[in-house]
Design a protein around this ligand. Structure first.
Ligand code: NAD
Length: 475
């Protein structure tokens, strides 16, 4: 990265400033929305392998215009106050854009989870959770974390259990964190949610011919060449669904140890299995391996999905990025400088605050489920089935009585008679959320002559909602 490149947090501020310059907010309110309310830094010791190891963690609260505040916990060596604050700010705007009733927060622990055994990770995670929970930085009504890079269901289950032990009489304890395993208060479809959201976002994009044309593309997702960076939770699910369900062709996969490239298309499931077994993509048969993975970001393709970490498209490589459409599955993968270069070249960027909002959307459903203490669909599913059966039986009776000989196909009957289960309801809610949020962004993009891109449009929609919420509070 060139030395003139702004930091991740500065990038978020630059993008924010570009949007508020087009708005009519008082300078005081503008500043109130931009700044991060508080960041808590904790250094704690855990006795491991015969000595005390000290870890540094953060939990940043960007905006409390709505509570609880929401945002993932990241486990990575790159975690810093700067990074956590940038991610917390993005959470505020993301929640506003997809209309989840939360403020923005984010947490992180400086650690490489691969350095530690499972039981050691449990000790470390529980201790971190203890430090946060005792300051209400984990709390069902104030601050609700979720998974992010380096964390998943396992860590969320430990955190929930730790909170429960500290709050034995809190009937809503399960709602203190989302992304829990299904058998420990989680919700169907949360693991895949962010990748699924990326798929739904692209589907909605391709429903808007004008937007598709702006990216110099045409048609549908069928046959589109996709390059994905990071085959972790988000990248794997996005690539898998696009390949299996939309007919897209995954021609490049970039991981820590290099990249695979094959114009004929890579088998995402097979690559994932290979990584699971060998720890990386190197050696995967039937594809070209590039030791310098970043070069594949510059490969010719239709859709580039950075789904690993921030700042990977920067002033140093922006000019060479050939994809006409970038969907930011990761947070902050395009720096503010690169964003300017790409905008000038006509590249369409579907911004992070929208593109990866599937995670927080399904987290919202999980939180609601935990607070209502009942799984979605439990009350109405069979009743819905009974009513559908009533219609089908009546149609069949009419057909018999009138001798028309009409018959409903068995496939139609099967699908129509089945009441929606939790997973179907979650997908339906996620799809609806992604469609509506896209439409609100796209509308601003096209209706306002001074808005040239989806990112500025997304910021405008989000900031306007946060501003209204502050104004309603009398600020
Ligand atoms: P993850 O840890 O599951 O996966 C990250 C993947 O990126 C891993 O496969 C890792 O090997 C790979 N990677 C790491 N460094 C790399 C590099 N230099 N080059 C190429 N690949 C590299 O993390 P995740 O949960 O999938 O998160 C990825 C991104 O998506 C992050 O920016 C995160 O903030 C964002 N995000 C995640 C969620 C979620 O629900 N998990 C929600 C919203 C946003």
């Amino acid at each position: 990265m060139k030395p003139t490149e702004p930091s991740f947090r500065e990038s978020v501020d630059i993008m924010f400033n570009r949007a508020v310059a087009l708005m009519d907010l008082s300078p005081g309110l503008e500043e109130k929305i931009r700044v991060c309310n508080a960041t808590y830094t904790v250094r704690f010791g855990v006795r491991l392998r015969g000595k005390i190891e000290t870890f540094t963690g953060y939990r940043s609260v960007h905006s409390e215009h709505m509570e609880p505040v929401k945002g993932g916990i990241r486990f990575a060596t790159s975690v810093s106050q700067n990074e956590v604050e940038a991610l917390a700010a993005l959470m505020t705007y993301k929640c506003a854009l997809v209309e989840t009733p939360f403020g923005g927060s984010k947490g992180g622990l400086c650690i490489d989870p691969r350095d530690w055994e499972e039981h050691e990770m449990e000790q470390i995670t529980r201790r971190f959770a203890y430090e946060l929970a005792k300051r209400d930085l984990i709390n069902p009504s104030q601050n609700v974390p979720a998974p992010d890079m380096g964390t998943g269901e396992r860590e969320m289950a430990w955190i929930a259990d730790q909170y429960r032990r500290m709050n034995t009489t809190d009937i809503n304890a399960n709602a203190c964190v989302t992304g829990k395993p299904a058998n420990a208060g989680g919700i169907q479809g949360r693991v895949e949610a962010t990748g699924r959201g990326v798929q739904y976002a692209l589907r909605e994009f391709f429903r808007h011919p004008r937007d598709v044309a702006a990216a110099n593309l045409s048609g549908t997702l069928e046959g589109k060449r996709v390059v994905v960076q990071g085959l972790g939770n988000v990248g794997y699910h996005a690539a898998k669904f696009l390949q299996e369900e939309d007919g897209a062709k995954v021609t490049g996969i970039i991981e820590r140890d290099g990249a695979l490239h094959d114009e004929a298309g890579l088998d995402v499931e097979a690559v994932k299995a290979w990584i699971g077994k060998h720890g990386g993509v190197a050696g995967f048969p039937d594809a070209t391996h590039h030791a310098d993975g970043a070069t594949v970001l510059e490969a010719e393709c239709d859709i580039l999905i950075p789904a690993a970490l921030e700042g990977v498209i920067h002033l140093g490589n922006a000019e060479r990025i050939r994809a006409p459409l970038i969907i930011e599955a990761a947070n902050g993968p395009v720096t503010a400088g690169a964003d300017e270069v790409l905008r000038a070249r006509g590249t369409v960027i579907i911004p992070d605050m929208y593109a990866n909002a599937g995670g927080v959307t399904v987290s919202y459903f999980e939180w609601v489920k935990n607070l209502s203490h009942i799984r979605f669909g439990r009350m109405q599913r069979r009743q819905e089935e009974a009513r559908h059966l009533l219609i089908v039986s009546e149609l069949e009776r009419l057909s018999r009585d009138t001798g028309t000989g009409w018959e409903l196909s068995p496939d139609f009957k099967d699908r129509y008679l089945r009441g929606a289960d939790e997973l179907e309801l979650v997908r339906s809610g996620l799809d609806d959320t992604m469609r509506i949020a896209y439409q609100s962004m796209s509308q601003v993009w096209h209706e306002r002559a001074d808005v040239q891109d989806l990112r500025t449009a997304a910021y405008l929609v989000a900031i306007d909602r946060v501003a209204k919420s502050y104004k309603a509070k009398g600020l």
